[in-house]
Write a protein that binds this ligand. Sequence first.
Ligand code: ARG
Length: 258
Amino acid sequence: MKKIMSMLLVLSMLLMGAAMAESETLTMATNAAFPPYEYYDDETGEVTGIDVEIAQAICDKLGYELEVVDADFDSLVPGVQSGKYDFSMAGMTVTEDRLQSVNFSDTYATGVQVVIVPEDSAITSIDDLMTEGADYSVGVQQGTTGDICATEDIEDAGFGTVERFKTGTDAVLALTTGKLDCVIIDNEPAKNFVAANEGLKILDTEYVVEEYAACFAKENTELLDAFNGALAELTEDGTVPAIIEKYLVANAEEAAAE
Ligand code: ARG
């Protein structure tokens, strides 16, 4: 009996040791059609971008493995809330509405909603979309702040219709094939999409300015605090600014090369 007990003890210690040696994995959900924040790298076929690199640096610091899951944008907040994912980073704007369901980390970047139009468009400013008699068809990514703002300011106000797409890429595709008058989306992906497609431009007026942050389940404050601590250190030591700078410079160069 004693022998069995001590064997069991040794076995359980071995198992614990194995579990401790293998570091825990954090699952980050994103929607990988939002360059330069998250997109598929052509060469590696992996999801990469600002959010993935920042998340990786934070996980390295905290001793976690990082797993990135690509999902529909409007499933990210519910997935984090239910505990399906440990957190989400997706160029996600902090909004009052989302704060009802999840907690946000400290912010790490700013986004601006802009308008993409065909080069010869009659639309010259954001105000053109919201004036008496306007009746434009506006494309957005479903569930994004672009969708929420356009629905409120344009569709509900009776100035036009909002077409909702699964990704920003799909919305831009519909714009290039003449199915829409414009697309409202965040500025950095907008630059990327305009560089990748002929005949489009970004209007010189800003619509809404927003803050990006990672979101966590309400009850998971321990992870949120650890994340914020690591984010602050990695901002302080220049790691996070360098990651953002690297991608934004490349994005600007791509846009200029067009
Ligand atoms: N900033 C906008 C929002 O939070 C759009 C984010 C879209 N992100 C993405 N990975 N598709 O609603």
